[in-house]
Write a protein that binds this ligand. Structure first.
Ligand code: A2P
Length: 337
């Protein structure tokens, strides 16, 4: 097979190249990025190609992580030239002709790619989907209150650079952090995150709509409904950026049709593929790992139909590059069958 990696120089694209090399050994990989990077040799020896009608011919698979605009322009062209596209942007996720797939949750949807494009979910939605599906199959999910703790790396390399560049300056004066926080926050610039992120928590992530929710929050609602095939699922989302480099966490209050038995819930979570249960997972300890991890699993104090838990996943791996490559594996298996 010939496999294109579009956005190959980015935070997600770099990991996609590594995973594609490991999981598609012996197949040809071709790197694409912007005109600025064309001709550059990457550390794995691939030479970056520009996106042009004559360079996109002859691919079986094209894995995209180069932003929504690039996906909107070039995914249909790769598909028209014969490739199956797996797209990590939000451009096609809610298109009814484009399946939105978490490989452990709804792999069979791969057969419904009527446009030759399959979408990879938002990185925060992805983290919730594994435990949500495990518990939905056991008890019938009806609603979720989800509060995220999202890493800087969710905004790509530039999001990581902005956070790490702020840490020393904001942290140098502890007395100021204690007594004059606003002055500490104003010592550095921010453009990627909505406020100074170092030594801080920023409860605004994305663009607000007229109901007071951000586009990032609405992805959690709309994408969860589509992936889980629960059209009337109620989701109350709050997305928060925290000073973590990689690893999104979400506190979830999930309510079900049936009363929840804690033992059966733990069995369902423990038995789900690529999901691990520990007592109190933290994003730093799970950065760089493929599995999603859930902890603080406990019944609700007020409602026997409700379970509370805390879930953590690497937003660049399962949240983006890994799931994209897992979808590519599903496509390859289907072609081979
Ligand atoms: P480049 O490095 O040439 O700018 P990140 O999410 O980490 O910011 O990465 C974005 C990725 O998308 C990079 O590989 C970037 O390439 C690529 N990219 C950005 N704009 C375009 C474009 N117009 N055409 C193709 N690739 C693009």
């Amino acid at each position: 097979m010939r496999i294109a990696i579009v956005g190959a120089t980015g935070a997600v694209g770099t990991i996609m190249r590594r995973l594609a090399r490991e999981r598609f050994e012996g197949h040809e990989l071709v790197a694409f990025a912007s005109e600025r990077s064309a001709g550059k040799t990457l550390e794995d020896g691939l030479v970056v190609q520009p996106l042009r009608d004559d360079t996109i011919e002859g691919f079986d698979l094209a894995l995209f992580s180069a932003g929504g605009d690039t996906s909107r322009d070039w995914s249909p062209r790769f598909a028209a030239a014969g490739a199956t596209v797996v797209d990590n942007s939000s451009a096609f996720r809610m298109d009814p002709d484009v399946p939105l797939i978490v490989s452990e949750v709804n792999p069979d949807a791969v057969g419904a790619a009527r446009k030759g494009i399959i979408a990879n979910p938002n990185c925060t939605t992805m983290v919730i989907m594994l435990p949500a599906k495990a518990l939905h199959d056991a008890f019938g999910l009806t609603s979720m209150v989800c509060t995220s703790f999202q890493a800087a790396g969710g905004a790509g390399q530039k999001g990581i650079d902005e956070l790490t560049g702020q840490v020393a300056t904001v942290g140098e004066d502890v007395d100021q952090l204690v007594n004059h926080g606003e002055a500490a926050a104003r010592k550095v610039e921010h453009s990627v995150h909505a406020n100074t992120l170092a030594y801080n928590v920023v409860p605004l992530l994305g663009t607000l709509d007229d109901q007071g929710y951000t586009d990032e929050e609405m992805k959690m609602l709309n994408e969860s409904r589509k992936i889980l095939s629960i059209p009337n699922l109620e989701v109350t989302p709050t997305c928060v950026r925290v000073p973590v480099v990689v690893g999104h966490s979400v506190a979830v209050r999930a309510t079900f049709d049936q009363e929840v038995d804690l033992g059966r819930a733990l069995d369902a979570l423990n038995g789900f593929p690529n999901l691990v249960v520990t007592e109190a997972p933290t994003p730093l300890e799970w950065a760089g790992r493929n599995e999603t991890v859930v902890g603080r699993v406990r019944g609700d104090l007020n409602d026997p139909h409700t379970l509370n838990f805390f879930v953590v996943g690497d937003n660049l791996l399962k949240g983006a590059a890994l799931n994209t490559v897992q979808i590519a594996e599903l496509v390859a298996q289907r072609v081979a069958a």
